[in-house]
Design a protein around this ligand. Sequence first.
Ligand code: FES
Length: 272
Amino acid sequence: MLSYIGRSSQLAPTLKGSAQAVASGLRNTVVPGAFEEAAVVVQPLPLLLTTTAMAKRCPTGPIKAKAGIAASSQVRYAHTDIQVPDFGAYRRDDVKDSRSKAGESASSRRSFTYMLVGGGTVGGIYSAKSVVTQFVSTMSATADVLALAKIEIKLDDIPEGKSVTFKWRGKPLFVRHRTDEEIETEGNVDVASLRDPEHDSIRCTDPKWLVVLGVCTHLGCVPIADAGDFGGYYCPCHGSHYDAAGRIRKGPAPLNLEVPVHIFTDDLLIVG
Ligand code: FES
């Protein structure tokens, strides 16, 4: 009897796989080639960009160098392939050479630094002073006001025995060229009898000249010169009489006429 055994190398694993259903100790239950291998996917490591994550990578203890078969090959903490800009143009000549000692040029470098700081300080102070001066000058009187602040009067133009009125700072100014008789009369007045006691010599630094503001001390009227009971000034508003020294002698005015600050030069009177 003939028996035929057909073998196909192509279909053998499949046929064997379908034929072998019971596991045995000699053969695997799963036939190789019956299933496709799953592709292994490797997930990339997450980027460690936070300070905490990066801090974990930094060495925390003293760095040790190891050598041997089992030791890791290399750990690099410094890179020499980074391009560092050349700052030589900004460095002082004394320290351009990396082999020179800094201590040898310290004094000269300090001198330069002190000179630079000192010069800057002086310049800063001068600038601050200019700014403050200009700021303060804006609050002072203008040139036209300053021009009016002073008045120069030629004394030769005022005859003896006459009182001339000038305008000074918006107010009338009386300048009286007194006679010898007036000087003697006013000098002999009993100061104790005056309402506003003031000696003639105090009011008139030069006895020949009386310089007073023409503003009545009662309510501010302008008195009339060469009038009144005492030969000086008379205020018609309420009847105040001033003498030839500008002192109140009669009437409601409480005080003498005001004597402004003034000086005499050769032939000039300067008020203000
Ligand atoms: S204002 Fe001169 S007396 Fe009154």
